[in-house]
Design a protein. Structure first.
Length: 240
């Protein structure tokens, strides 16, 4: 389950940590029906961005977030203290429901092993590609591609805006990049958008965003209702 890497020639890297659906059999048999459903996948995220920017680099992982969440701190420190969220190796869904059979949740030793086996190789690939891009252009822009169901009371109230831009409160990229993306979303008046709202950027954005060194990182969390059916079997809607 190695990361997928498609090198491109532009300064842009599209990171896709949550589109994978693969779960090793030894873990799958320990999940309950909620876990097997994989409802918290960033469904069709690769398809959304495929060929949109053909010269961009793409780094993704086939591993499902229930195995290990590639956008969480490897030390499992909460990204949103005081708010409901999920961990490095989640034991609940985005609805707050248990995903493991009784007594089958991973131990601390297993969490460490999963981080090393699945989380670290993805970030090794990200870092390698960012360094390559930076060497070629003098800067690199990491665009962290995400999507989520538009209504999840366990995580947030009401309906999520369509475009959720996260720049770690402006610290992960140059202000001109943040402003350009926010302006582009605002011009799309048929959609709602927010800057650094409920989702300010995960560990990827916070870890790699070093604008002073020419590494700029932005997270985009899309409300899935804009391009798919938000329920099994999670069909893509072509005319959106």
């Amino acid at each position: 389950m190695k990361p997928f890497v498609k090198p491109g020639s532009s300064p842009l890297l599209l990171a896709q940590p949550h589109g994978g659906i693969e779960i090793p059999e030894a873990i799958l048999v320990r999940l309950n029906a909620v876990g097997h459903a994989r409802a918290d996948t960033d469904w069709h995220i690769s398809r959304l961005y495929d060929d949109l920017l053909p010269d961009a680099t793409v780094v993704s992982t086939p591993v499902h977030r229930y195995v290990v969440d590639a956008n969480r701190d490897p030390a499992d420190v909460s990204l949103y203290p005081g708010q409901n969220t999920t961990s490095l190796c989640p034991t609940t869904s985005f609805d707050g429901t248990e995903i493991y059979l009784d007594g089958q949740a991973p131990s601390q030793d297993e969490i460490v092993e999963r981080q090393q086996r699945y989380h670290q190789p993805y970030h090794d690939a990200l870092r390698q590609q960012l360094e390559r891009i930076h060497q070629a252009h003098g800067y690199a822009i990491l665009y962290d591609c995400h999507s989520i169901r538009s209504q999840l009371p366990f995580l947030f109230e009401g309906r999520l805006p369509d475009f959720n831009i996260g720049t770690n409160s402006g610290s992960s990229c140059d202000p001109s990049i943040e402003s350009a993306l926010q302006a582009r979303c605002t011009r799309a008046t048929q959609y709602s958008s927010v800057l650094n709202g409920r989702f300010k950027g995960g560990w990827t954005t916070r870890h790699y965003g070093e604008p002073g060194r020419g590494f700029h990182a932005i997270q985009m969390e899309l409300a899935q209702c804009n391009y798919m059916i938000e329920g099994a079997p999670w069909h893509y809607v072509d005319d959106n």
